[in-house]
Design a protein. Structure first.
Length: 148
């Protein structure tokens, strides 16, 4: 694991950047500016339920009906290759359980076929605490961490 400072956090070197919600990360607020405030805007827009006329049209066309998955709540994936030196930024709610947050990061990382990884830690979280918790469930440690 490589520990980066905020001044070197925007350098190239990882395809997937994971950040906590803006309230828990000063780095997230800086990245939001580069992402044209997509993080802020997404927080202001609650998911819109599908209206019945649209559901009826989907049924008539024989398309499979999709359902909003509660597990995706608190996660936001942004394609950022045109805005930052990476491919994706994932905003992931940081719960009180660091172990659970590490587990969700690993799930997303595996789901995206294990790209190179950079994790922006919540403000005040020491890199050592994160690494200790990460190693309890993951053997992969070739990634970078940004302390805030």
């Amino acid at each position: 694991m490589t520990v980066l400072t905020p001044s070197s956090s925007n350098n190239p070197g990882a395809d997937l950047w994971v950040i906590p919600e803006l309230e828990k990360s000063r780095a997230g607020a800086r990245l939001d500016w580069y992402l044209n405030f997509q993080l802020t805007r997404s927080a202001c827009k609650p998911p819109v339920p599908m209206e019945e006329p649209l559901r009826e049209l989907i049924r008539k066309c024989g398309l499979p009906e999709t359902h909003y998955n509660q597990e995706t709540q608190g996660k936001l994936l942004i394609s950022s290759s045109e805005l930052l030196p990476n491919r994706w930024v994932v905003q992931l709610e940081h719960s009180d359980s660091l172990a659970q947050w590490c587990h969700h990061i690993a799930e997303i990382w595996v789901g995206l076929r294990k790209p190179t990884l950079r994790v922006f830690l919540p403000t005040g979280l020491p890199a050592g605490d994160f690494l200790t918790t990460w190693k309890q469930s993951q053997s992969f440690d070739d990634f970078s961490v940004v302390v805030d």
